[in-house]
Design a protein around this ligand. Structure first.
Ligand code: DGY
Length: 423
């Protein structure tokens, strides 16, 4: 009998190949620098076989933290011509190393808590750096204290070209400098990537940030794209709870963390759209909800919110009938669903991991296990790419992808054990 591919050996060698010594690139060529949440998920993978390397990954990322507390979404530790837009476009160079001028979903506290549970508590200095980052999110991206967190660029959500952003993004005037050369299309088929009309606006938003000198107050007041994201908000709420756990374990005063938790826990309800029957992003300039749910809608339980749990489970069930593999990044019944176009349909392992964790904690072990099993089936059949087609299970985007490898090692390869649901 032929045995199947050894995905565990493959996943380890992908991490090693993508290792640049102190950080791991998401994949060579397409993403040749340190990306914020990719790197943190990489740490979960490293923790399965090289704990020291896992801690180094996180320490490296926080070396790029800005004086404001912001931790950038890309850190340009070295030069690479295979990516656009590079540091010369971001012009966020008043701090060293050069970086982008926006952030990404803050999974650090949650990853560090996981590492602490399997290894040791982090140094107090790392706890404080994460605390400063969380404070930055509230101050810079929720300056009115509404309890919902805005993103100032679709890339800040980590879920770049979601149909959610379309309406808000297409109100942004495109860059007048349209003659730039994209590099992503050298690595991945155009059908799997955002359109040029999206890129024209991504660049306009970078130019807007540059024009403010990446000043948080100016961005909050004037950025033409200012949309509260249930994804970032759920990730932050979860991370705040994990930060409180870390702080209490280290003997820190967690009063501020607790107050922030209360604020977002209450604020999260603003994402609920009765029209869509799920949590949707909310354009804070116009007050409009997006039309449909995304995979981030199912992150509410991960954030510890069980308010509309029955409705969410009904919705997940409906999605499961509309596609072969859960969880597509966008509602598979909607006209804008595109199964292979980046965040308009494909399944992403680390999102499945977070949703599954929340479902297990909600007391839904069967759904939690369904997501793990779907993820394992996708990787077993299609290897370790960036994401997967929810209809056919085929590979999508870049290949030899760090976070898919990491989540295979840390989660998808391990059948669910209800005894592990202690938190
Ligand atoms: C890209 O360049 O596609 C990235 O997703 C931005 O973070």
């Amino acid at each position: 009998m032929r045995s199947g591919p050894d995905r565990t050996a493959e996943a380890r060698s992908i991490l090693r190949d993508n290792d640049r010594g102190t950080y791991t690139v998401p994949t060579a060529g397409l993403y040749p620098f340190q990306w914020n949440w990719d790197s943190l998920f990489a740490a979960l993978g490293w923790a399965q076989f090289d704990m020291a390397r896992a801690w180094t990954e996180i320490e490296t990322l926080f070396k790029a933290q800005w004086p404001s507390g912001m931790v950038p979404h890309i850190v340009f530790w070295s030069e690479a011509a295979s990516y656009f837009p590079g540091p010369d476009v971001w012009r966020a160079g008043r701090v060293s190393p050069p970086s982008s001028g926006i952030s990404q979903p803050p999974v650090a506290a949650t990853v560090v808590r996981r590492l602490a549970e399997i290894d040791r508590l982090p140094p107090r200095s790392l706890y404080e750096s994460i605390e400063r980052w969380h404070r930055w999110w509230h101050r810079a991206r929720d300056p009115e204290g509404r309890g919902v967190i805005a993103v100032s660029h679709p890339w800040e959500s980590g879920r770049d070209n979601l149909p959610d952003w379309d309406r808000s993004l297409y109100r942004v005037a495109p860059t007048p400098n349209g003659g730039y050369a994209r590099r992503d299309l050298d690595h991945v088929e155009p059908a799997m990537r955002p359109h040029k009309t999206d890129y024209d606006r991504y660049l306009a938003l970078i130019e807007h940030g540059v024009s403010t000198g990446w000043d948080d107050d100016a961005v909050a007041r004037h950025c033409p794209f200012w949309v509260a994201d249930p994804g970032v908000t759920a990730v932050l709420l979860r991370a705040e709870r994990d930060l409180a756990w870390l702080g209490e374990s280290l003997g820190a005063d967690t009063g501020d963390v607790r107050r922030r938790i209360d604020r977002i826990e209450t604020g999260f309800e603003q994402f609920w759209s009765e029209a869509a029957g799920t949590y949707c992003s909310l354009d804070l300039r116009t007050g409009e909800h997006a039309e449909a749910g995304t995979s981030a809608s199912f992150l509410a339980p991960y954030a510890g919110i069980d308010r509309h749990a029955d409705r969410l489970l009904e919705e997940l069930n409906a999605w499961s009938e509309a596609c072969a593999y859960l969880v597509p990044s966008f509602d598979p019944r909607h006209r804008d669903f595109e199964p292979v176009r980046y965040w308009r349909g494909p399944v992403w392992c680390m999102v499945n991991y977070m949703i599954s964790t929340g479902l297990a904690e909600l007391g839904q072990p069967d759904w939690a296990e369904r997501l793990r099993a779907d993820t394992a089936a996708l990787i077993t059949a299609s290897g370790i790419p960036e994401s997967f087609d929810p209809m056919t299970g085929g590979p999508v985007g870049g290949s030899n992808f760090t976070w898919t490898a990491a989540l295979w090692l840390a989660w998808a390869s391990k059948p669910h054990n209800p005894d592990n649901d202690s938190r």
